[in-house]
Write a protein that binds this ligand. Structure first.
Ligand code: NDP
Ligand code: 2IT
Length: 450
């Protein structure tokens, strides 16, 4: 039956490989669930859960600083609202298309379910490339994007946030335009600035949560992150705060990257070096290659498109914390990681490991956490931002961090327990897919055929 549903999806949307990949992984995990729950089969939950409730695509025209008019595509995928309003980020990157956004929205449904908070799943964005654009170009683009998006979102309807290429600056411009159009001050976006309804710890949350999850996995083997050598990919929001938390917990970080290449600093990053990277990336918006000119002993390796592996994943280490983009670890990268004794992989990016890579990790029996579990701290803290907005109050830094930490502990516990219950002990991928599915499927079943 699973095969038939998958084939149907392939023939409906043959040109969406990332979406197929995300669906395949989840469907393949659900066999043991359907055996125990024939009612899900009867209500055809699987066919319904892989079909978006609504997809919005729109034109985003904008004018650059020289007066030239450009047109980009805007999207919002409203995937599933059975357990709460649609919730999920916006991605601005030239690669954005329906396949990528549908895979992200699909993953978001299960991730949001795992957080324990009442949030449905959605995702959106544009093929707009923010690189090299001035602040005023970014502002005009965001305003044009929100002019259309504002018709489809709302604090109780759909609450977007950031993702690749969308950070605090973009959320600010988007929020300003929404407020002007709708003449209302509500929690329609998360990741807002602290002066207008943002939550403490939201910027840190995805990276911190990713490391809390790694800490929980290590705990099952009576180990800690102290002294562990970590590989991080990316140098954006998630990577920066994964590095910060891992350093605070005593790990040694030796790599970071951007789309141009990676730096290997065998001496390890310090909090001071990390501050320099944050300034480079968040203020000057420069390239990671500059790090090698700044700090002695660091080596920069540019991306080589002739290689069929990423040399970042061939550096000696104990822990890998991918935090850049999808499919950044292929089968060969996974073999390299395992050959170099990496035995903890906690995903910060969404779907960073290809199916071949995941197979290697699971066969090797290492501590492997899929993104929908280990990167859920970001959206969980968005959920906490929504609660604070509704209550019109703010929790302290310590309060939010404590809630984030206990949510990550609970997601870890749920994934481990569910994997065990269904006969796959230690397999966090099975645990995350099954547990994430059960809550949404139950809600869909109870709400009838809608
Ligand atoms: P940012 O835009 O802040 O940073 C992205 C980083 O990844 C940059 O270093 C970027 O390099 C690199 N990168 C992006 N695309 C590619 C690519 N195609 N090839 C190589 N490198 C690439 O985004 P975030 O840190 O927010 O997001 C990183 C990952 O984490 C994404 O997969 C996102 O979906 C996921 N995620 C984010 C959450 C959040 O709260 N922000 C929550 C959960 C998951 P460059 O600057 O050169 O493009
Ligand atoms: O992939 C993700 O979970 C995010 N980009 C964060 C979504 C959110 O609503 O905070």
């Amino acid at each position: 039956m699973i095969e038939k549903i998958y084939e149907e999806m392939l023939s409906r949307d043959p040109d969406q490989p990332e979406f197929h990949q995300a669906v395949r992984e989840v469907l393949d995990s659900l066999e043991p669930v359907l055996e125990r729950h024939p009612e899900f089969v009867e209500a055809n939950i699987l066919s319904r859960i892989i079909e978006a409730e609504r997809i919005i695509q729109f034109r985003v025209p904008w004018t650059d600083d020289d007066g030239n008019v450009h047109v980009n595509r805007g999207f919002r995928i409203q995937m599933n609202s059975a357990i709460g309003p649609y919730k999920g980020g916006l991605r601005f990157h030239p690669s954005v298309n329906l396949s990528i956004l549908k895979f992200l929205a699909f993953e978001q449904v299960f991730k949001n379910s795992l957080t324990t908070l009442p949030m449905g799943g959605g995702k959106g964005g544009s093929d707009f490339d923010p690189k090299g654009k001035s602040d005023s170009e970014i502002m005009r683009f965001c305003q044009s994007f929100m002019l259309e998006l504002s018709r489809h979102v709302g604090a109780d309807v759909d609450v977007p946030a950031g993702d690749i290429g969308v950070g605090g600056r973009e959320i600010g411009y988007l929020y300003g335009m929404y407020r002007k159009i709708r003449n209302e001050f509500t929690g329609v976006l998360t990741g807002k600035g602290m002066s207008y309804g943002g939550s403490l710890i939201r910027p840190e949350a995805t990276g911190y949560g990713q490391v809390y999850f790694a800490r929980e996995m290590l705990k099952t083997r009576d180990e800690t992150l102290e002294g562990k050598v970590c590989l991080i990919s990316g140098s954006g929001n998630v990577a920066q705060f994964a590095a910060e938390k891992a350093l605070q917990l005593g790990a040694k970080i030796v790599t970071m990257s951007d789309s141009g290449g990676f730096i290997h600093d065998p001496n390890g990053f310090t909090l001071e070096k990390l501050e320099w990277i944050k300034e480079l990336k968040n203020v000057r918006r420069g390239r990671i290659s500059e790090y090698a000119n700044q700090f002695e002993g660091a080596i920069y390796t540019p991306v080589d498109h002739n290689l069929d592996y990423n040399p970042l994943w061939a550096v000696d280490a104990d822990v890998a914390l991918p935090a850049a983009t999808q499919n950044e670890i292929n089968g060969k990268d996974a073999e390299n990681l395992l050959a170099n004794n990496v035995y903890v992989v906690s995903e910060g990016s969404n779907m960073p490991s290809t199916p071949e890579a995941i197979e290697h990790f699971i066969e090797a029996g290492i501590l492997y956490a899929p993104g929908k579990a280990s990167n859920a701290g970001g959206v969980a803290t968005s959920g906490l931002e929504m609660s604070q907005n509704s209550m019109r109050m703010n929790w302290t830094r310590e309060e939010v961090d404590e809630k984030l930490d206990s949510i990550m502990v609970s997601i870890h516990e749920t994934c481990a327990r569910t994997a065990e219950e269904y006969g796959y002990p230690g397999n966090y991928m099975m645990g995350a897919n099954i547990a994430g599915f059960l809550k949404v499927a139950d809600a869909m079943l109870n709400q009838g055929v809608v």
